[in-house]
Write a protein that binds this ligand. Structure first.
Ligand SMILES: Nc1ncnc2c1ncn2[C@@H]1O[C@H](COP(=O)(O)OP(=O)(O)O)[C@@H](O)[C@H]1O
Ligand SMILES: N[C@@H](CCC(=O)OP(=O)(O)O)C(=O)O
Length: 374
């Protein structure tokens, strides 16, 4: 676990997020010069065997420039149109620059749904791992053109944190236009003091963070939230200034730069906490008393035999609540069978599943690794 800057050289898998405000030189189009500066440092990291995943904003800002728009549009469809135009340029610019170093990149566009559905989550994870094993640099952004207001991240800080969770990254670096997290928004108080280091879960930080600049979304509020999310899988977050010439190099050497927000959580428990906190519930399983006892006391997987009812419509891989006979939620987890299938196998022994359904994908209804007790 990384609890201080000096331990950063130990991090083997980095997720680096670069915000819109940085990438676009205050809205004047993508800054290839700045991108080249970062890529030079990324390549030095990769030479040391460090795995790198980039989360790059800037599609909307780049699209605005192409379309000749001065202000970020308010309406979602206009933002999505700008993102569709800008994402082409953004991905091409990264690819061109990495190619100078003989490296390859891959464009990965994700939505919230991709990360909340277990099947897609696992697929996404396998793809990203495969890319890393081939030494390709994944360049991730939100799939802006297909998301609606209700389900979009909007800011890429949250997306980057979920990617850090997904890949069990050691370190999440959020590069932005400020030196780090200050005790007050430095746009409002230029003399505000920089926080060098804190626990991500420290509640006193909440009162210090403010909202975004002209081009970005979310400001420090979403960066702090991202650090807390990343902490759930044991990742440490550093918020640092991407304008600083050698920021990545300095961090990789363990120099005190930016704000380090460390995680006080264990890695495995953390993933479960993330499951508990992040995903939307798609349905309910009503458990009998025996199943409730087994889950609570021995932390075992949930089997179909302990289920007496199903509510809602869900697919394999989705998050469901497990309720006791009084309807109280006792656990939640990612279910291995659809609601339709669970209705057929509820109350039955695992050995009967293939007889009833004609197939058996898993013995457990919810595997204990995907189950969190409440
Ligand atoms: N406590 C704080 N410390 C530092 N910056 C802050 C703070 N509160 C608000 N901000 C603002 O957050 C902005 C960075 O967030 P944002 O504009 O969303 O950038 P990005 O595109 O990099 O995500 C800064 O420019 C700063 O004005
Ligand atoms: N997906 C959007 C990101 C939106 C955005 O501005 O995010 P951020 O820079 O993280 O505040 C884009 O590429 O424009």
């Amino acid at each position: 676990m990384i609890r201080e800057h000096a331990a950063i050289p130990k991090a083997r898998r980095w997720v680096v997020k670069i915000g819109s405000s940085l990438l676009t030189e205050d809205g004047k189009g993508l800054s290839r010069k700045a991108m080249a500066r970062w890529v030079t440092q990324f390549e030095a990291l990769r030479e040391q065997g460090i795995e790198l995943v980039l989360v790059s904003s800037g599609a909307i800002a780049a699209g605005m420039e192409s379309l000749g728009w001065q202000e970020r549009p308010e309406s979602l469809d206009q933002q999505q149109a700008a993102a569709a135009v800008g994402q082409m340029r953004l991905a091409q610019a990264w690819e061109d620059i990495f190619q100078i170093f003989g490296s390859q990149t891959a464009q990965v566009l994700l939505t919230h749904e991709d990360l909340s559905d277990r099947g897609r989550y696992l697929n996404g994870r396998s793809t990203l791992r495969a890319l890393l094993s081939h030494k390709v640099v994944p360049i991730i952004n939100e799939n802006d053109t297909v998301v609606t207001d209700e389900i979009r991240f909007g800011d890429n800080d949250t997306l980057a944190a979920l990617v850090a969770n997904l890949l069990d990254a050691d370190l999440l670096v959020i590069l932005t236009d400020q030196t780090g997290l200050f005790k007050e928004d430095p746009r409002k108080n230029p003399n505000a003091e920089l926080i060098q280091q804190a626990a991500a879960d420290d509640n006193t930080l909440d009162a210090m963070v403010g909202d975004a600049g002209r081009l970005g979304r979310g400001g420090m509020i979403t960066k702090l939230r991202a650090a807390r999310l990343a902490a759930r899988s044991g990742a440490t977050t550093v918020i640092a200034c991407g304008k600083q010439d050698k920021i990545i190099e300095q961090l990789s050497q363990g120099q005190r730069q930016g704000t380090l927000l460390w995680s006080g959580r264990e890695r495995e428990v953390a993933r479960k906490q993330w499951l508990a906190g992040q995903l939307r519930m798609n349905g309910k399983l009503q458990l009998d008393d025996g199943a409730v006892k087994v889950l609570k006391q021995s932390g075992r997987s949930l089997l179909a035999v302990g289920v007496r009812g199903v509510e809602g419509v869900f697919r394999r891989g989705e998050l469901v609540a497990c309720v006791d006979t009084q309807g109280r939620e006792v656990a939640r987890g990612l279910v291995n069978y659809s609601s339709e299938d669970v209705k057929k196998i509820q109350g039955k022994a695992s050995s009967d599943i293939s007889k009833v359904l004609g197939f058996m994908s898993d013995e457990e209804l919810i595997h204990r690794d995907n189950l969190v007790l409440l």
